[in-house]
Design a binder for this molecule. Structure first.
Ligand SMILES: Nc1ncnc2c1ncn2[C@@H]1O[C@H](COP(=O)(O)OP(=O)(O)OP(=O)(O)O)[C@@H](O)[C@H]1O
Length: 339
């Protein structure tokens, strides 16, 4: 049995509807109107122990609501979730021992306490042995640089420092599964790198990870599976490699030449590709093509017949591009989704 099973998970919200302005507000007092919003509609999800799953989708797609449903913070309107056999919203205490949660936009640190005290409170809540607690803090210090944050009162932490401390809080009790909702949001590159390294280590240690992010760089080296949600429904659930292979088919070969050519020379040779000149005019070109129609090797061999090739760079497909295309409605993934 999978560690996490969600069947037909649905959450609808009732939202007040009022006309604009004071008049609308007064009218709403006497004549209330509501509309129903389906934030998550019929999600089926199964996650095995040790898997790292990226959960992505555009703004308002239902990512955070799904995480709230899976962790038991919100009760489903219909459907059911089980984690390790427990129904999260009915077994809150037992469930909190097996899951870790981080919401990048919010903190679970006690605002007026030094980080050390927040961690100590969590230690007591989880009945952790002192040795185990110390070992965890040491581990977090090695990757997250936690020690320097321990004496600092939470409200005085910068965003990056706060996120590092929050990660330690979410993982302190070595949960079986961790839900990370935008763990790198607003962070600068150096902190982002630290968080990503932490995720890699978590994965190597066998922790099951569900990661929600807008920054697709977060998922490339951690998650082998990607679930894409749009308008409350899962539109793709499969391997990241397959998404790239199937949908990111464009390749770009950047060439620096020792002799001069024109765009037309290359366009004639590779009619299936799009050729553009680079900054160096007649000595620098980019050849873009669909990998089903041409290969980088064929491009190189073809160019080498008519010019001296000094340097070559081949752009690999980026998952960002795939998901961006999904958002823009350019890719139809629905036929590949789980039922
Ligand atoms: N408490 C609520 N009451 C009413 N509507 C809600 C509530 N929470 C979420 N929604 C609506 O449900 C939809 C999904 O919201 P959710 O926060 O899950 O999306 P998201 O994918 O996490 O978006 P983002 O990437 O912008 O954080 C949105 O239309 C949102 O306005």
């Amino acid at each position: 049995m999978a560690l996490l099973e969600a069947h037909d998970l649905t959450k609808t919200f009732r939202r007040p509807e009022k006309d604009p302005g004071l008049r609308g507000s007064v009218k709403h007092l006497f004549q209330r109107r509501y509309s129903t919003k389906t934030a998550v509609g019929g999600v089926n999800l199964s996650i095995e122990a040790g898997e790292a799953v990226a959960y992505v989708g555009p703004n308002g797609a239902g990512k955070s609501t799904t995480i709230k449903l899976l962790t038991g913070i919100v009760e489903p309107t219909t459907g059911e979730v089980r984690i390790g056999g427990l129904v999260p919203h009915r077994n809150r205490v037992a469930n909190s021992r097996q899951i870790g949660v981080l919401f990048g936009q919010r903190t679970q640190l006690w605002w007026d306490l030094p980080v050390r005290e927040s961690l100590a409170l969590l230690r007591d809540m989880y009945d952790m042995k002192p040795d185990r607690f110390r070992a965890q803090l040491k581990r977090f210090d090695e990757v997250l640089g936690l020690d320097e944050l321990l004496p600092v009162v939470a409200r005085k932490l910068s965003l990056g420092q706060r996120m590092r401390a929050d990660l330690a809080c979410a993982l302190l009790h070595s949960p079986r599964i961790v839900f990370l909702d935008e763990p790198t949001i607003g962070l600068d590159i150096s902190v982002k790198d630290r968080v990503r390294e932490f995720l890699r280590q978590l994965k190597a240690d066998g922790t099951t990870i569900m990661l929600t992010t807008h920054d697709l760089g977060d998922i490339e080296d951690t998650c082998e599976r990607i679930v894409i949600i749009d308008d409350g429904r899962i539109i793709y659930d499969g391997s990241l490699a397959e998404v790239k292979d199937q949908y990111a088919r464009e390749r770009r070969v950047h060439l620096q030449l020792g002799s001069e050519l024109t765009v037309a020379d290359l366009a004639d040779r590779f009619p299936q590709a799009t050729v553009t000149a680079g900054a160096e005019g007649r000595r620098e070109f980019t050849v873009a093509f669909d990998k089903a129609e041409l290969t980088a090797g064929a491009v190189l061999a073809g160019v080498a017949q008519i010019a001296e090739v000094l340097e070559v760079k081949i752009d690999e497909p980026a998952i960002e591009d795939v998901v961006r295309k999904v958002y823009a409605g350019e890719l139809l993934l629905a036929d590949r989704s789980t039922p």
